[in-house]
Design a protein around this ligand. Sequence first.
Ligand SMILES: Nc1ncnc2c1ncn2[C@@H]1O[C@H](COP(=O)(O)OP(=O)(O)OP(=O)(O)O)[C@@H](O)[C@H]1O
Length: 542
Amino acid sequence: MIKVKSRQWLLIGIYALLNTACTVAILYIINMGIRGDRQFNTGSVGGIFFGIVIFSYLFNLFFQKYTVRYSYEFVYGTELRLAERIQQLTLHQQEAIGSERIYGVLEDLRVFIFMAGVVNNTLNSLLMILVSIMYLFYISLTGALITLLLIAGTALVYFIVGKQQAHRLNRLRNYNERFTKMVDDLLQGFKEFKISAGRRKNFRELHLSANRNEARELDVLLSGNFVGVNILSQYGLYLVFGAILFVFPLFGGMQSQQTGVFMVVLLFMSGPINRLISLQHLYTRMKVAARRVSGFFRELDSFLPEAPMQTAAAGTVNFETLEFRDCVWQHGEHFQLGPMNFRITKGEVVFIIGGNGSGKSTFIKLFTGLYTPVSGTILLNGRKVDSNTADYQDLLSVVFTDNYIFSCNYDDYILEDNPVYKKLLKTMELDHVIRDTMDESPRRRFSQGQRKRISLIFSLLEQHPLLVLDEWAADQDPYFRKYFYEQLLPALKQEGKTILAVTHDDAYFQYADRIVKFEHGNIISDIAVQEGAQNQKILWTN
Ligand SMILES: Nc1ncnc2c1ncn2[C@@H]1O[C@H](COP(=O)(O)OP(=O)(O)OP(=O)(O)O)[C@@H](O)[C@H]1O
């Protein structure tokens, strides 16, 4: 997931070498100074000392700022890449993934903010340990081997414990993902919880508490294990001291002066070792996060559709007819739409009707290219096209049943001082509710019927030839519903719009040119409404 380029490896290598050289030189000069070495009491050594300190400071500053930038670019860049990939998914794929996984990945990503600190501390500590060990070998081969053996043993314990910890951490992340879904329920279903004490109790006691209790225990266990291993390594270091002080002399050991220097070096080493140990939980968290994030991206990659074919009339689509031939869509094994044939011609008003669950909304998603047919062909102006292309979708404006109003304007039209927008506010009888043309004015809380009217206004501002409405009038009051069917739809038709509308309003069926009826995922009738029928109510029968 994190790719380090050869240029970056080179920079890390140069940094590691130079930084170690500087640190060794600084410590060497201090050591000599402490020992009161005469030759170091000269101005030139002082100059060298301050020179190295300033150079080392500036060099570290540069490198650490570089790694900080790299970490943040990685986190923020991956967030952008994630949003881009999600937008590339089909609706069906997005429905399959679920929002909690996406929130989970965003949370996983945040741990990489600490990447710069982890890399810098790890590099510095490892180098200091390496230099110290080399020095230990210089003082005493056997003593250094014992120390190395104990360090290797500790590293092995860490490796084994780290593996178990990673497994537990992964389970913890799964609990937290489920928790995100519950928070979603808590907020989205606030009203439903508020009106039922039993539901609230069950949510808290059977679901939320169980989830949080198990997650807490896992977290306690994880942190406890990390603390345990940290303490173990600290005491392991005391054991090395003990071995050098008490056991080693029994076998001939080192001379007392050597032992003193050896202990000083060991004490010096304990700093970087403890630093590495304290970073252990971050290593594990990053490892788990990296695995989860890259696994998620692999899943998204496997979803990515093949590059869509260009539409026949790319860029210059002039809508005349749209035809679905033998098209099929399946919701898993539960529901199949089609094989169905459907055609709509410029200027037509077609009503889609049928019982609940007959497949009307599924058809709308197929018609708008949100679902691509598993078989069959789509013909635009008589030429075969893919429906999941921008060219195709630029033909359409849609208001879904569960319409969503964005928190700001992501469209190409401008609302402010737009005379068409002003006129549409009047037409939809919203001018007394939305009194100005500010962009944020239509984005506050409205009634369901008002939200639908705002969405219809936005759809009309897109100025696309085909208007698709899924049960748009269902939330309108009787007066406005009548106005919609009797005046608005005919006016839009007159303007040249082609309209496909899902409806249950049988009182207004006469305002369509054609009525297409769905049953069990199939079109069972496609009937043209007789000319002049507008003056009489059509009674729809099976
Ligand atoms: N995302 C989905 N995943 C699985 N099954 C689905 C999905 N969406 C719809 N279905 C199923 O497909 C069938 C048709 O649903 P659809 O929403 O198209 O019906 P509809 O005719 O619009 O009904 P209504 O009038 O109630 O809105 C139903 O059985 C529904 O359970």
